[in-house]
Design a protein around this ligand. Structure first.
Ligand SMILES: [Zn+2]
Length: 528
């Protein structure tokens, strides 16, 4: 009688006012509801009709085709992950199981300056694929720059800048939510701030937001925060410091100053926010140890520099310094390989292990040589244990910080990736809400739902209200936890009972249902 997407009796009841007789598709009752707004929990029920929330309240005499008693469990809006690396793996794992199992129902792709350009063919392909999660995308500055001028280490000409503006506007019309930058990475790192501001203006005029993987997250972090704020201020658009962290022992504690800069900017009217993942280790390429000038002009040029003794010595000095004071946090043991496409056996080993295997002493200098060898052979992804938990908690407590994973859809068992891919949202609930009581549950849920939803102009998700899309999560607050560990990451988060996406159950009683009701979400520039 009921077809997905349509609830005849809901419409009927609205028209004739017989709320008592309403029959819904799903009714989740006896829940402890945390509605995403930050308000305190309350007991109640949520009714779903088609792809929307039809009613929230006690709903004592409502019925549904399926009634699910969730007594003792917490019911919240689906989590929105605004920094996700998922555009390859979503086609291999369209269920997005590792994300669904930690409550994520919507993701935003294209972070760190990297996205498909043009965006349209990708979104079309995605739209033709049945996926289990809602999926939106940013336009990457690095990808736009690369399409126009490759990985050249120079300022763009006026004509090149104009080409970039055109590509930016097209990406917004195609459905991007805004401009992401990766000013730490090739080729974004070769762009002056002024270039980014030009593209930010285009994105902002079409309703978009800017997110920044900043130029530096260690010694130069304050300058980087100022630059991110400036892009928002002069680009006239909302700006966001993504995966905010402070890397390297000498810099620990400086989140006091970074948050102060953000507060001062907000006080004068700059719309700046933060997102964060709850770990004391980051993950990116092993090339992140290299000086940026050494990475220009493609792999052949990099290899040539590594082979020229004088240049190699200059590179080595920078890497040694980064192991000592930046992302190595003083010890090659703190750098762990996640995946090398050319040698699977290196996954999980540390830079100390690989240096020792060369038959030399594990010194910072020798580890720098090891790192250069890895880069020369094609590079690897790596995990860097170089963040202090006091900074993590200080940033987490800040009201304008949302949770985002910097992870993404994962092929189960492949490589040794950062556990954030499996555990980010569960870890906040387990470690920082339940165990350390860093923030209350309601605040954590707000940071996962209405804060990112509103920030990215996704106004029909992120709150439990009648009329909103029915993305729901039901979990046990006493047992929810991230099971993924460094070195042993392929373990799903635990404690999640049910997850609904667009009104359909994708996780039911802890089991994947096989349904894939996810949708491609389009940003605010469509139709411009
Ligand atoms: Zn990043």
């Amino acid at each position: 009688m009921h077809r997905a997407g349509f609830c005849f009796f809901c419409l009927l009841s609205l028209q004739i006012g017989f709320a008592q007789q309403v029959r819904y598709d799903y009714l989740l009752r006896h829940a402890r509801i945390v509605d995403g707004s930050g308000a305190g929990w309350f007991t109640g029920a949520v009714a779903i009709a088609g792809d929307r929330i039809a009613a929230v309240g006690l709903l004592p005499s409502h019925t549904a085709n399926a009634v699910i008693d969730v007594a003792g469990l917490t019911l919240t809006p689906g989590f929105i992950d605004t920094h996700s690396h998922s555009r390859q793996a979503i086609f291999e794992v369209p269920s997005a199981e590792n994300l669904i199992r930690q409550g994520i129902t919507t993701l935003i792709e294209g972070p760190d300056g990297s996205s498909p350009i043009p965006l349209k063919p990708f979104l079309t392909k995605l739209g033709a694929t049945k996926i289990g999660i809602n999926f939106g995308a940013m336009a990457g500055h690095g990808s736009i720059r690369s399409a126009v001028m490759g990985s050249k280490n120079r300022v763009a000409t006026a004509a090149e800048l104009e080409q970039m503006r055109v590509l930016m506007a097209q990406a917004m019309r195609d459905g991007a939510f805004g401009l992401s930058t990766g000013l730490f990475y090739v080729p974004g790192n070769y762009a002056p701030t002024e270039e980014v501001i030009e593209l930010a203006r285009v994105a902002g005029e079409m309703g978009g937001i800017h997110t920044s993987h900043m130029r530096d997250e260690a010694a130069e972090i304050l300058a980087s925060v100022r630059e991110t704020i400036r892009i928002g201020e002069e680009g006239k658009l909302p700006t966001q410091i993504t995966h905010h962290k402070v890397m390297g022992g000498p810099n620990w504690g400086r989140s006091v100053e970074t948050l102060k800069l953000v507060e001062e900017a907000r006080a004068r009217g700059v719309d700046v926010t933060i997102d964060q993942y709850p770990y004391t280790a980051s993950s990116t390429g092993i090339a992140a140890l290299m000086p940026q000038w050494a990475l220009a002009d493609g792999p052949a040029a990099v290899k040539e520099r590594l082979g020229a003794p004088e240049t190699r010595a200059r590179i080595k000095a920078v890497i040694a310094d980064r192991i000592a004071t930046d992302r190595g946090a003083g010890d090659p043991k703190n750098i762990q390989i996640a995946n090398c496409s050319w040698d699977a056996s290196l996954a999980g080993k540390t830079l100390a292990d690989i240096t020792a295997a060369r038959g030399v002493a594990v010194t910072i200098d020798n580890a720098a040589d090891t790192a250069m060898d890895l880069v020369g052979k094609g590079g690897c992804s790596a995990i860097y244990h170089a963040i202090n938990e006091a900074d993590v908690e200080r940033i987490l407590r800040y009201p304008h910080t949302m949770i985002a994973s910097d992870g993404g859809v994962i092929v189960f068992g492949a490589g040794v990736p950062h556990p954030r891919n499996y555990g980010t949202f569960a870890r906040v609930l387990a470690r920082y809400v339940r165990e350390r009581k860093t923030i209350p549950l309601e605040e954590a849920i707000r940071k996962m739902t209405s804060l990112p939803g509103g920030r990215f102009h996704i106004y029909d998700r992120g709150l439990l209200r009648p009329g909103m899309k029915a993305d729901l999560v039901v979990f046990d607050p006493a047992s929810v936890r991230d099971a993924a560990e460094f070195g042993k990451p392929h373990q799903y988060a635990e404690g999640f009972a049910h997850v609904f996406v667009n009104g359909r159950p994708v996780l039911k009683d802890g089991k994947m249902t096989g349904e894939r009701p996810g949708r491609v979400l389009l940003g605010p520039g469509v139709g411009h």
